[in-house]
Design a protein around this ligand. Sequence first.
Ligand SMILES: Nc1ncnc2c1ncn2[C@@H]1O[C@H](COP(=O)(O)OP(=O)(O)O)[C@@H](O)[C@H]1O
Ligand SMILES: [Mg+2]
Length: 241
Amino acid sequence: MIELRSITKTYGESKNVVTVLQEVTCTIADGEFVAIMGPSGSGKSTLMHIIGLLDSPTCGEYILDGVSVASRSGDDLARIRNEKIGFIFQAFNLLPRATVLRNVMLPLIYGTRDSGSRLERAQVALRAAGLGEERWQNRSNQLSGGQMQRVAVARALVTDPAVLLADEPTGNLDTATGDVVLESFQALHDQGNHTIVLITHEQYVAEHAARIISIRDGRIVEDKKNGHRRAVRSITPAVSV
Ligand SMILES: Nc1ncnc2c1ncn2[C@@H]1O[C@H](COP(=O)(O)OP(=O)(O)O)[C@@H](O)[C@H]1O
Ligand SMILES: [Mg+2]
């Protein structure tokens, strides 16, 4: 699904050049649940922006779902991004004054679906993210952090993307609330419909994934299967969207 070949990213020129990613090579298969772990400043977000087509590498090749993305125009990339990728950020990035339902339906505005099916898909996604129906008409600024992140997960799921990219999704949550979000990723992974890339600086968070790629100073230093995935404690019934 995701193939990175010698991806390098630099900023600045000549004497002031800063290398943020250095020859990053890895393949993530369809349906995998991978954590990318590394300390602050190691290049995780830069890598996520490249994987998510929000930024392009300085050198190297990126193949997403069989398509080498370097040759594509900006419009093409925007379309591919909207179709294939769902983003979840540390800061939730919701529209504060819009309702939960409106926030989740937002990514569908660019598609051709009618409003009835948009609403239906938003409802399915909210159930998959585990947010109770009694919250759906609330404005997002009336929710707790954990509830906001569930809305953000639903918004990422609503287009049924092949790839979910989450950058420090539990960074603004306490441990118990973060666990609920991580458990919803595990439930989605067990369903097998999405490739999930979870970015974190915390070992504890990374251990929820089935594979852990460690990066330091812009290089992959370790890439291993995680056979002892942290268990799902509560059951979050995730349904297909
Ligand atoms: N636009 C930019 N210009 C210059 N340096 C940048 C830019 N964006 C990120 N960096 C640098 O790249 C490094 C990695 O950043 P980032 O990918 O955000 O790391 P992480 O997400 O692992 O904390 C940092 O040292 C950061 O200062
Ligand atoms: Mg970051």
